[in-house]
Design a protein around this ligand. Structure first.
Ligand code: PMT
Length: 401
């Protein structure tokens, strides 16, 4: 069953240009099984029409506090009680300010005061308005009251400015809505996850690296967040966005990743080493671009610290899961790393197979403990990560109970 199946979502639309995306948002939430009721402010109607939203949601759109007909159908208090989630998208600076002040001067703000459901706001405004002290103070107030702030994203804005203030994309809002309703079985846990490649500098313009895209590690971070964990993601250089809500620590080299991992690991419950860390670095990084002088050249390489093994030798060590990227004898090598690095679990992937492993959207894993093994068959990395996180939690609970 889809997580949004039969979930009751009030979508509050305020008057910003991003309101033109809300018909698609309604369509996508409905597609996931949600029951959506739309509440619009008067200014929202300048950007999208009630008729479109009514047709897509299958429900009458409410836009007035004083509409006797609408109140007869489902009064504003009833609507406030009905909601499992109130999502305000786009949330303009103006509606954010009014909700933060506790005003009740239209249907949407009144509903916000009258509901006991979580209110999630997806801010959308000019970047200067987002950074304004007043807006930031309002966001802080709303956060402290337990409201969720989804976004904003960064990029080019309708006014031509570039910066923070774009409403999150429809995909991201649907995903966050689904995350909101997911089982929070990792609440009270803190996961530290390494992801992506490392870069070992040769000279100011060249480096040694590998094909890790970060997709697997980022998917695990997303799945752990979705299950309610606090997540610190220590990532090498990648081109994908970190999941919303995680603490992102960006690094380049293995030594930087080592330093950050040892900083965060003693405070976490679970450490996942998904990064493809370079085993060696260049002994002496050239100060200037190396010139072609000979037909052949040699680089002296020295061993990097083994990050996950060093975490495993901490006096207060978390539950530790390593990865093994193998091209042959997968079980043999994976089990060897499990024992040698003193890990609780190791997730092995056969990276010789095409369409999985490095830099692909899919993967297949075999999870080994000292005594058993579990297959996670080929699927999208987001799906794999959800299964892996659930399995890790089972082992974690078995160890701690
Ligand atoms: O990022 P993607 O494109 O999505 O690809 C995902 C992946 C293939 C990179 C991922 O699934 C994976 O297998 N990650 C581990 C890759 C790897 O470096 O494996 P390894 O067998 O060389 O290392 C074994 C373990 O030791 C790993 O947990 C690794 O993070 C850790 N390690 C290795 C060397 C080192 N100096 N420090 C470490 O912590």
């Amino acid at each position: 069953m889809q997580i949004l199946q039969d979930k009751k979502i009030v979508l509050g639309i305020s008057g910003g240009i991003a309101a033109y995306k809300t018909p698609e948002l309604v369509r996508r939430l409905k597609e996931q099984g949600a029951d959506v009721r739309v509440v619009m402010t008067q200014s929202a109607k300048a950007f999208t029409t009630p008729l479109t939203l009514q047709a897509l949601s299958g429900n009458a759109v409410a836009d007035s506090l004083l509409d006797t007909q609408a109140e007869l159908a489902m009064g504003h208090i009833e609507l406030a009680k009905w909601a499992d989630l109130v999502l305000i998208a786009p949330a303009t600076a103006e509606i954010i300010a009014r909700i933060a002040c506790g005003m009740a001067n239209d249907l949407l703000t009144t509903l916000c005061l009258a509901t006991s459901a979580t209110i999630a706001l997806a801010p959308a405004m000019n970047q200067q308005m987002w950074h304004a002290q007043a807006t930031q103070a309002n966001i802080k107030t709303l956060n402290e009251r337990g409201n969720q702030i989804w976004g904003p994203g960064s990029g080019e804005q309708a006014c031509g400015d570039i910066g923070l203030g774009r409403m999150l994309e429809v995909d991201e809002l649907v995903s966050l809505s689904s995350d909101f309703f997911a089982d929070k079985y990792l609440e009270d846990q803190h996961w530290v996850i390494t992801a992506g490649p490392t870069r070992e500098a040769i000279d100011p313009v060249r480096y040694i690296s590998n094909h890790s895209s970060g997709k697997m590690g980022y998917a695990i971070a997303h799945a752990a967040l979705r299950a309610g964990a606090k997540v610190t993601l220590i990532s090498g250089p990648v081109t994908i966005n970190a999941p919303i809500g995680c603490q992102l620590i960006s690094v380049n080299s293995a030594e930087e990743m080592h330093q950050q991992a040892l900083k965060f690991a003693p405070k976490c419950t679970t450490f996942i080493a998904c990064a493809a860390v370079a085993d060696y670095r260049v002994a002496k990084i050239a100060d200037h671009k190396i010139k072609k002088t000979n037909d052949a050249m040699q680089l002296e390489l020295i061993r990097n610290h083994d990050i996950v093994a060093d975490v495993a030798s901490l006096s207060t060590k978390p539950f530790i899961v390593g990865f093994a990227a193998e091209t042959q004898n997968v079980e043999h090598y994976a089990r060897g790393k499990l024992m040698r690095k003193n890990l609780d679990l190791i997730a092995a992937n056969d990276v010789a197979k095409s369409g999985q492993g490095f830099n692909s959207d899919d993967n297949a894993l075999t999870l080994f403990s000292a005594i058993d093994k579990t297959e996670i068959p080929l699927a999208n990395k987001q799906i794999i990560a959800q299964q892996l996180v659930a399995l890790i939690n089972q082992h974690y609970l078995a160890k701690h109970n």
